[in-house]
Design a protein around this ligand. Sequence first.
Ligand SMILES: *Cc1c(COP(=O)(O)O)cnc(C)c1O
Length: 359
Amino acid sequence: MSEFTLDDLPLRDELRGQAPYGAPQVPLPVALNVNENAHPVPAEVSADIVARIARALESVNRYPDREFSELRDAFAGYLGHGLTRDNIWAGNGSNEVLQHVLQAFAGPGRTAFTFDPSYSMYSLLTLGTGATWVSGTRNADYTLDAADAAAQVAEAASDVVFLCSPNNPTGTPVSLDVIEAVYEASRGIVIIDEAYWEFAPKDQPSALTLLPGRPRLVVSRTMSKAFAFAGARVGYLAADPAVIDALRLVRLPYHLSALTQAAALGALAHAPAMLAMVDDIVVQRDRITARLIELGYTPLPSWSNFVMFGGVDDPAAVWQHLYDRGILVRDLGIPGHLRVTAGTTEETTAFLDALASLD
Ligand SMILES: *Cc1c(COP(=O)(O)O)cnc(C)c1O
């Protein structure tokens, strides 16, 4: 133990009083708190990934391809929409990719913005670059209207605007007319974070369809959720090639290790197998929603792999009740609400049964 605290250090002023990202990591049997994919990577895919990593190790005395060109090709192929490698960037998790965007376009004297509640890392990453954080508001049901969203964005005049679609922690979808209106009202970079896009209804258009002709628009994705690859740390984005050039200015040289590139290429080569559980997870999500309504809660409509639900009189007490039964959910401090990830059928049953057993 140290006898010193942060107060004893010459810490940057904007970091004083900040708390680090802190979703509890406790080894409970049923972990439904950080929206991971509960299904492991299929055995035949992990065998191929191991073989690819073994090949990469043969030349690991050399630096990796700094431009990760093969991986950018693979992401472009996965995303479609006529994208090529010149449109693609990647990092060690989409958090790093978002940090690159902020390092290039935010920073001291600048501001970044989102509509709260949203993903808590946006403000932490922003403050980490020395920029100022500004938050806007949502409708009472956490949706956004194009006109109101555009007015707030115009007023804030931020250098970077985050729009999480569907939104974490609420699961709320964001329609393309909101994104278009926010883009028009903004003079800065507009990042659409589609971390959960694979769980959205398949007939819905992604923000990728809006990229042509919008050089300030960025669409980020991750392999952490639908791809069941959270531990590998791989995130990516699509944007105009000029944006990608800006990100090259701030990344660390060789930031994506040869092993990470090999693993991500292996996962993408088996995308259908990696994504095979998405439909199953969506079934569990919809089952959670239906059962929560029966139990008298008010779940929010979700396009993601989790459900936020209101009508919880004492979220801390319900969180503890579930914890004591080996089930970890998320209390994000939103009054009357908890968030639960859709797990396997068994995990989902354990959660719903434990919740139903509350007095
Ligand atoms: C989980 C999540 C991410 C992904 O983070 P990684 O760094 O790729 O693991 C990004 N955005 C949101 C909103 C998330 O919930």
